[in-house]
Design a protein around this ligand. Structure first.
Ligand SMILES: [Zn+2]
Length: 136
């Protein structure tokens, strides 16, 4: 049943003109941040990572370094040691998107992070552009 629905949905999506997707604005889920004691929880960490189509571990490593904090994943959440307000966390996520998600050429989010030997590249599925990115 669920599979049939997915098939139908895929077929319906195939019939939508490409331009519809291109006009759609890329949305980063809003950071759901809670500070409890000396820890900060990013409650929807995993859904942000999956919306960006990036490995949670990669994004976590980046955020920890940028926040200068220790931390870990706990289920769907990321826990940072220290107190960080929402705007700071959201800003780091935005920077991550600019550096590791958006294509340098066409600015679309349809990219993949690939590793060739020791070089990390951001490859765009939309326009084919490649750009090297630093490792985190
Ligand atoms: Zn591109």
């Amino acid at each position: 049943m669920a599979q049939d629905y997915e098939k139908l949905l895929n077929r319906a999506l195939e019939q939508v003109p490409k331009a519809v997707f291109e006009r759609e604005r890329f949305q980063i889920p809003e950071a759901d941040v809670a500070v409890i004691g000396n820890r900060t929880t990013l409650r929807n960490f995993r859904s942000i990572a999956s919306a960006l189509n990036r490995e949670p571990e990669h994004m976590l490593k980046y955020l920890l370094r940028e926040l200068g904090a220790a931390g870990n994943l706990e289920g769907t959440q990321a826990i940072f040691q220290g107190r960080f307000v929402k705007s700071v966390v959201a800003d780091r996520i935005k920077r991550y998107v600019q550096e590791f998600v958006l294509c340098r050429e066409c600015n679309k989010p349809d990219t993949k992070l690939i590793k060739k030997e020791r070089i990390h590249m951001l490859k765009c599925e939309a326009c084919g552009a490649r750009a090297s990115v630093r490792s985190v």
